[in-house]
Design a protein around this ligand. Structure first.
Ligand SMILES: Cc1cc2nc3c(=O)[nH]c(=O)nc-3n(C[C@H](O)[C@H](O)[C@H](O)COP(=O)(O)OP(=O)(O)OC[C@H]3O[C@@H](n4cnc5c(N)ncnc54)[C@H](O)[C@@H]3O)c2cc1C
Length: 494
């Protein structure tokens, strides 16, 4: 496979800012510009009445460098195609890094690790981060180490990363995407590709090009609640462990230090031992009911005395898909964060000298927009443990739709599979969708959204993108089952 398009531009020049004149142009996103550009030359295009540089001419352009997008990028590049990865932050890993979401949950499905996912875990170990606690199946990573590993894997595979680059629009020709329009540090620019992967989590690319989508729960219209995650440092974890695990006899966390978790979620009726502790904060007026409702914290391996806080959970009236409501959620969530931290510092043994050491730079959206693809996954796929010949991975994480539905776990050894057809649509022939915004109902997405599953989906998307180009098959016509088994990251056990 060629390493770049036929337009004569050396691979070394890909993503190099060449002759950029449009620096500082006002961001002018929105689908109104789809098809509004015309080619003016090999290295510039006309877009919204401006001449903007073409920063990349690649085989595969991946939008969003979260768990799914990074996996897609590395796997496409390893399979012999040129890859551009567009990420609006300055670290890869998405919610797992920018959103302080930690650790990778256990899929609860036997043998669910696809090769790339297993390699990421192995590389953590190489940096002295032992990801396994010996009891649970979760992966205790370390966000900064994960970001470094992602950079290294991309560099080794030859992925061109464009950081601090926001996808704002996309251009189409017929039913194909031709160009991503990106707001870079220097202004608007274009990235051209043959195949595109939407790994934005928010189905942003798909929505820009007219793919059908859903958002929120069909019964309420609400998205899953947002969370504004953070980290606290200065914690005496031995003292915390003594108080929660030994004095209170809370047996929620089965693993022992340095792998330790505290949790309470009032609406789940699990009767966690810390529920009373948080309720006392409401009685005293130090916490609101919303702040007391949900609190969870995990030790972070390699960051002694630091815990990853899976809270505050922001009331569901704040929307993950309305820009004004979302912005208000940030302000509201930051205040909740401060109150929860203060309460823990003042009252929870081990937190006496603690402080907020890091705020997420990405609000935690569990669910926002989801595409409607060739296959639409539904709750029955979970309960029926569906199998598909074109399955790209398996998972069995329970249905975890906060505030709406929490399912029973599947019986031990049970799992369902995710078909490649849930990653592609009838509308756009050269688009693959990866990660939490694939074609699934609100309730099913609440199970498949965990990071390991998103990584495995991304891994398959990258492999398929390369395979399609090398075999001249449109991305949405690829039959994953026809890809030689040795190339596939997952073969259905159907
Ligand atoms: C509060 C919370 C707690 C969670 N807890 C866990 C947990 O404990 N364990 C677990 O495994 N999973 C957990 N999850 C789920 C998991 O983190 C996500 O579902 C998963 O990260 C989704 O991966 P993704 O790659 O699809 O998207 P994301 O992680 O959302 O990544 C998307 C990436 O695309 C980038 N992007 C978006 N739009 C653009 C654009 N226009 N231009 C350029 N870049 C863009 C973003 O910056 C980001 O890097 C949690 C989620 C939340 C919100």
């Amino acid at each position: 496979m060629e390493r770049s398009f036929s337009i004569p531009i050396s691979r070394r020049d890909l993503f190099k800012l060449a002759g950029l004149t449009a620096a500082g142009v006002v961001l002018s996103g929105g689908s109104s510009h789809v098809n509004a550009a015309e080619n003016t030359s090999g290295d510039t295009i006309k877009y919204a009445d401006k001449k903007i540089p073409v920063l990349g001419l690649v085989d595969v352009c991946i939008c969003g460098g979260g768990p799914a997008g990074t996996a897609a990028a590395v796997n496409a590049a390893r399979n012999g195609v040129s890859v551009g990865l567009i990420e609006r932050g300055i670290a890869l890993g998405g919610l797992g890094v920018l959103g302080c979401v930690y650790p990778f949950m256990d899929t609860h499905a036997p043998d669910s690790d696809t090769p790339y996912l297993a390699e990421v875990k192995e590389r953590l170990r190489g940096y002295g981060i032992e990801p396994f606690d010996g009891v649970t199946g979760q992966t205790w990573h370390n966000p900064e180490t994960l970001a470094l590993i992602h950079d290294e894997m991309c560099a080794e595979a030859g992925v061109n990363i464009l950081y601090q680059a926001v996808l704002v629009d996309a251009l189409k020709s017929g039913n194909k995407i031709t160009t991503a329009i990106v707001q870079t540090i220097a202004g608007l620019a274009a990235v051209k590709a043959k195949t595109f992967i939407d790994a934005t989590g928010d189905a942003y690319l798909s929505r820009m090009v007219g793919v059908d989508y859903e958002r929120g729960y069909e019964k309420t219209g609400n998205n899953q609640p947002l969370s504004f995650r953070f980290e606290m440092g200065g914690i005496d974890t031995e003292r915390l462990y003594q108080y929660v695990a030994i004095d209170l006899k809370e047996d929620w966390c089965k693993s022992k230090l340095p792998y330790f978790e505290i949790a309470e979620a009032m609406h789940r009726k699990q009767r966690y031992k810390l529920e009373e502790f948080m309720a006392r904060g409401v009685e005293s007026g130090e916490l609101t009911q919303d702040e007391a409702e949900y609190m969870q914290a995990y030790t972070i391996i390699g960051k002694n005395g630091v815990m990853s806080m899976n809270c505050p959970e922001i009331p569901v009236k704040f929307s993950a898909t309305d820009p004004i409501s979302y912005s208000k959620a940030v302000t509201f969530g930051r205040k909740m964060m401060r109150n929860i931290a203060r309460y823990l510092i003042n009252h929870l043994p081990g937190f006496e000298n603690a402080f907020i050491s890091r705020e997420a730079v990405m609000l935690g959206a569990r669910e926002s927009w989801r595409v409607k693809g060739k296959y639409y996954m539904v709750e029955d796929d979970y309960h029926n443990q569906s199998r598909f010949p074109d399955a790209v991975c398996r998972t069995a994480w329970f249905i975890d739709a906060h505030g709406e539905k929490v399912s029973e776990k599947l019986p031990a050894g049970g799992f369902y599979e995710i078909p490649y057809r849930a990653l592609v649509t009838d509308k756009i022939s050269n688009l693959i969708v990866a990660g939490r915004c694939i074609s699934a109902s609100f309730i099913l997405q609440a199970s498949m959204r965990i990071q390991p599953t998103c990584i495995s989906i991304g891994e398959a998307a990258g492999i398929a993108a390369a395979y399609g180009l090398q075999n001249r098959i449109d991305a949405n016509e690829i039959d994953w089952a026809n890809i030689p088994a040795y190339k596939r990251s997952y073969v259905s056990q159907g």
